[in-house]
Design a protein around this ligand. Structure first.
Ligand code: IPD
Length: 263
């Protein structure tokens, strides 16, 4: 966005500040205090610090808005219409393994609808922004989803259920179905960036189930503002509520949904 709105200025400022510390922490992984929150779901000191910085900076600019935080849960605001939905490090497993593919994700919800989103990969220095009705951008360049209409040429991203998260059998069946039809599948480990890659036309589609709102809030508006389609894997209209998401360019939704809806 060449001329950034006041809202985007607030969001990018908060993300830049949190990202500075996050990048330092990423470079000093050994020093981090790592504790186990659940199967394959790690919380790091960096995660908590980044969340705190994001909340402080956003609350400074919009003191009445509420929060839904990956680490801190729900914090009600005086303004019941607005809520930030935040993942301070999406791709925590990548982060912990020293894989430079993780992101800060900030969505803004108004009356239950996502109206703005920011996804920032600080290592690649890629800042994705979208605001309802104003388009989607990567570092000031307007984004469009890909134009591919043939599954055989499509690269599709997905998320594989972690150890301890649900049955793998049904997922593997769907994966087999998709593999048989597409040019390639990617499991990159950061849901928000998977969505950003669909918005940027790098991937032609993405599906995953069992997600949390903070994994996808910002990505949903990014894909829509880039001209793509976002539903649940069965075509339902509430991915944020169900945790099931199918995001594609404008042409592949029906064909991909026909395969993944059995997930
Ligand atoms: C995870 C990542 C991953 C997805 C998982 C998420 P986290 O988020 O987005 O790509 O497959 O379902 O939980 O835990 O790293 O914030």
């Amino acid at each position: 966005m060449t001329l950034r709105s006041p809202l985007m200025t607030v969001m990018t400022g908060a993300a830049q500040k949190a990202a500075r510390a996050l990048k330092r922490d990423f470079g000093e992984l050994e020093q981090l205090q790592v504790s186990r929150k659940g199967p394959s779901d790690f919380v790091t000191a960096a995660d908590l610090r980044a969340e705190k910085t994001l909340c402080q900076e956003l609350a400074k600019a919009r003191p009445k808005f509420g929060f839904l935080l990956e680490e801190g849960g729900e914090i009600k605001g005086d303004d019941p219409r607005h809520r930030w939905i935040i993942d301070p490090i999406d791709g925590t497993t990548n982060f912990l393994h020293g894989i430079p593919h993780f992101a800060i994700s900030i969505g803004l919800e108004m009356d239950g609808e996502i109206i703005a989103g920011l996804i920032f990969n600080p290592v690649a220095d890629e800042m994705y922004l979208a605001e309802k009705g104003k388009g989607a951008y990567l570092n000031d360049h307007r984004l469009r989803v890909s134009g591919r209409s043939n599954l055989a040429e499509a690269v599709i991203a997905t998320g594989i259920p972690h150890h301890g998260r649900g049955e793998h059998g049904p997922y593997l069946e769907v994966l087999g179905g998709v593999m048989a039809k597409v040019a390639g599948i990617r499991r990159m480990g950061t849901a928000s960036l998977d969505l950003a890659y669909v918005a940027a036309g790098r991937c032609d589609g993405y599906w995953e189930t069992g997600l949390k709102p903070w994994d996808m809030a910002a990505g949903i508006i990014l894909v829509r503002e880039a001209g793509g389609f976002v539903t649940e894997v069965d075509g339902g209209k509430s991915p944020l509520a169900s945790g099931s998401i199918l995001a594609t360019n404008a042409k592949l939704h029906k064909d991909l949904q026909a395969i993944v809806e059995r997930n």
